[in-house]
Each structure stands twice: as structure tokens, then as C-alpha cells.
Design a protein around this ligand. Structure first.
Ligand code: ZN
Length: 199
């Protein structure tokens, strides 16, 4: 009974595609109308991000094989450290997470950069340091059509840049040092082999 109930009401997980799937290397198209199909996709992406062996802080539509400019994020952790010096974006968006953003865009970057370790649900077991601008100005819409324009910092800024890169066919692997790329290469090749076998 409850399983049937779950099946009807709960959005179903989607398969996360890995390195080697062509959707990860395409430039995704803007969303012109947010209809039930887009809302359903966003709901399924949120479940997919959360109910994974490794819980993600963000997921972009190309990672489920859909080349549309849609991302979901969940970078809010209810701990003391996250509450100090929150950016305007964190103050605005944290209470709404997990959150879907439609046609997200970075319209400006801080000169200050910072480096931190990243991973990606489409590149399992690969990690490495990526240098990115510390703060970004985000422009996006919500599923309800609200326009957002806000400065974001910390993990939120990093996650937005990583996910928006996906919409442009860019993977965090591309931004690793040559040395870290070399370390990741055997796993990248293995993932590609497995993904191509599924296509
Ligand atoms: Zn990723």
C-alpha cells in the first residue's frame, strides 16, 4: 500500500550519466516556458541529487541526459560555520533549498579567487582542487517565475559555477591542474568505457 503510494506521489529518480555521455559536452538550450514537464524534471532531479550514494550539493540537467538550462542546488548545512558571514545569496536562497534555478547565469565575478576540492556526481571517485572566483553575481528564475539577481559567496558561489559550467558542456576535470588531470585520467577513461557501453 505505502509502496504504491510512494510510486504515485514521489518523483522517481533519474539515471545520472557519467563521463563519456554526449549530453555532458553539449551547450544546453534556454528554457522558454516553465510547464509541468519542467517542474516534474526539477522534482526528479532533486530526488536524484539527494538519494544518491554520495549526496550531491548540486545537479545540472545535462547530468540526467537533458540539455536544458536547469539546475538544482542544496548547499545549505545547518551548522554554526555556515551562519557566519553569509552572502546576500545565501541569506535569500538557503531557506528555499533544495532549490531549482531556471536559466541561471553568472553575470559578474569577483577578482578574488579561491581554491577548493570539488567532485561531481557524473565523475564518481574523481576529486581535485579547482580555482574559481570567490563571489559571483547570479541571475536566474525560479520555477514560480520569480527573477533572482543576487551576490553569492562560499560554497553556494562554487556550486553555482560548477553547475552552470555543466550547462556549457564544461566539467570540473577541465579546470584541474595537469598533474591532477593525469591522476584522474584512468578513472575518466574507465567511466567513458562504461558509459559508451550503455549508449
Ligand atoms: Zn558536476
Amino acid at each position: 500500500m505505502s509502496r504504491l503510494f510512494d510510486k504515485i506521489l514521489k518523483p522517481q529518480r533519474l539515471r545520472i550519466v557519467c563521463n563519456g555521455h554526449p549530453a555532458l559536452r553539449r551547450v544546453s538550450s534556454p528554457i522558454t516556458v516553465v510547464d509541468d514537464e519542467i517542474r516534474q524534471l526539477a522534482a526528479r532531479m532533486i530526488v536524484t541529487m539527494q538519494e544518491n550514494e554520495v549526496v550531491g550539493v548540486g545537479l545540472a540537467a545535462p547530468q540526467v541526459g537533458v540539455n536544458l538550462r536547469l539546475i538544482v542546488i542544496d548547499t545549505y548545512f545547518d551548522d554554526e560555520e555556515s551562519k557566519t558571514a553569509m552572502s546576500a545569496g545565501e541569506i535569500l536562497l538557503n531557506p528555499r533549498m533544495p532549490l531549482a534555478l531556471v536559466n541561471p547565469e553568472i553575470i559578474s565575478y569577483s577578482e578574488e579567487k579561491c581554491s577548493s576540492e570539488e567532485g561531481c556526481l557524473s565523475l564518481p571517485e574523481i576529486h581535485g582542487d579547482v580555482e574559481r572566483p570567490a563571489r559571483v553575481m547570479l541571475s536566474a528564475s525560479t520555477l514560480e517565475g520569480e527573477k533572482i539577481m543576487v551576490e553569492c559567496g562560499s560554497l553556494l558561489a562554487r556550486c553555482l559555477q560548477h553547475e552552470i559550467d555543466h550547462l556549457n558542456g564544461v566539467l570540473f576535470y577541465d579546470k584541474l591542474s595537469e598533474k591532477e588531470q593525469k591522476i584522474a585520467d584512468p578513472q575518466m577513461k574507465e567511466l567513458e568505457k562504461r558509459e559508451k557501453a550503455l549508449l
